[in-house]
Design a protein around this ligand. Structure first.
Ligand code: F6P
Length: 343
């Protein structure tokens, strides 16, 4: 077969490892040929692609980002998009199937296109780990590792200056990165989109720690909305989805802590550092296993299916399973972490 690969949406450590294993497995086990579409759906729509050989993918499992490039191009709204034109492009370039690597939006596009008759399988991708159909996505472990390391560093400078340190991490709709990195770094408060917490409560935790001569560490996910502060934050604007745009919540929380407690406080927004650099060993293995399974699905002509991690097994699920709402942090997971707040 001649198989196309594309990566769409935000990049994520592990994408290259999926590309590598799919290509190596396909060449070795099935005698396949591969092309990689550049910059997500745009590359497919405009037939802008590169041939992918064994040579092109050598050493890729340890490299972050995506060698194919990525974009947030919409598969239907982009000029020339939609199933008819894409089918024509695939036929014209002798491409038999497409492996689509992406998050919720990308996988929704892939599902719609498969329903219209295009031969596609999906590979879930997000550092946020908020896709419902899989226990974990590659990229998450790398993000946790980067964020934990950053927080360890914030702790030593914070302790030296007797300051409260705030770390803002990614997670617009789900607090998995905040919860796991905060737990790993021993944070004294973790603030996530799923749980409204008042600034009075945050300040109580901060003061408990500070009064014992320690430097409090507060981890806040970018989508956190403090209890009672919805209006003030919503004034910052609305994004397309209608959710409040909360970029800068770390700064806001920092200013509030300083004002309400009088404790000198500093914010660090980790931003895209969490998505950059080389994947951890765990993510390399998960991504490699996803790539192998995706290729098997292509040869089973399992269009509209997606690879997924369940426990320690790589399984297949319907793409619809990935679209059944986001996997947010359950209340009991937050309560579990909360027993260590303040102190
Ligand atoms: O979905 C992954 C994610 O990293 C979110 O946590 C974050 O809000 C967003 O991407 C940032 O996107 P962009 O790279 O477009 O700024």
């Amino acid at each position: 077969m001649r198989i196309g690969l594309l990566t769409s949406g935000g990049d994520c450590p592990g994408l290259n490892a999926v590309i590598r294993s799919a290509v190596l497995h396909g060449i070795k086990s099935y005698g396949d040929e591969f092309v990689g579409f550049r910059d997500g759906w745009r590359g497919l729509i405009e037939a802008d692609y590169m041939e992918l050989s064994r040579h092109n993918v050598r050493g890729l499992s340890r490299v972050g980002g995506t060698i194919l490039g990525t974009s947030r191009t919409h598969p239907y709204n982009y000029p020339g998009g939609g199933p008819q034109n894409m089918a024509k492009q695939l036929k014209r370039h002798d491409i038999d199937a497409v492996v689509v690597l992406g998050g919720e939006g990308t996988l929704a596009g892939a599902k719609r296109l498969t329903n219209a008759g295009l031969p596609m399988v999906g590979v879930p991708k997000t550092i946020d780990n908020d896709l419902n159909a899989t226990d974990f996505t590659f990229g998450f472990d790398t993000a946790i590792s980067i964020a934990t390391d950053a927080m360890d560093r914030l702790r030593t400078t914070g302790e030296s200056h007797h300051r409260c340190m705030v770390a803002e991490v990614m997670g617009r709709h789900a607090g998995w990165i905040a919860l796991h990195s905060g737990m790993a770094a021993g944070a004294h408060a973790v603030l996530i989109p799923e749980k409204r917490v008042s600034m009075d409560q945050v300040c109580e935790w901060v003061e408990q720690v500070h009064s014992r001569g320690r430097s409090p560490l507060v981890v806040v996910a970018e989508g956190f909305i403090p209890d009672g502060a919805e209006e003030a934050l919503a004034e910052k604007g609305e994004e397309a989805s209608g959710r409040p745009r909360l970029g800068g919540i770390g700064e806001w929380v920092t200013a509030q802590i300083e004002e309400l407690t009088g404790i000198e406080t500093r914010n660090t927004t980790l931003g895209h550092i969490q998505r950059g650099g080389n994947p951890t060993g765990y993510d390399r293995v998960l991504a490699t296993r996803f790539g192998i399974k995706a290729l098997n699905l292509v040869h089973e002509q399992a269009w509209g299916r997606m690879v997924s991690l369940r426990g320690t097994d790589i399984v297949e699920v319907d793409l619809n399973a990935a679209l059944e709402g986001l996997k947010t942090v359950p209340a009991e997971r937050y309560e579990e972490a909360k027993v260590l707040f303040g102190r």
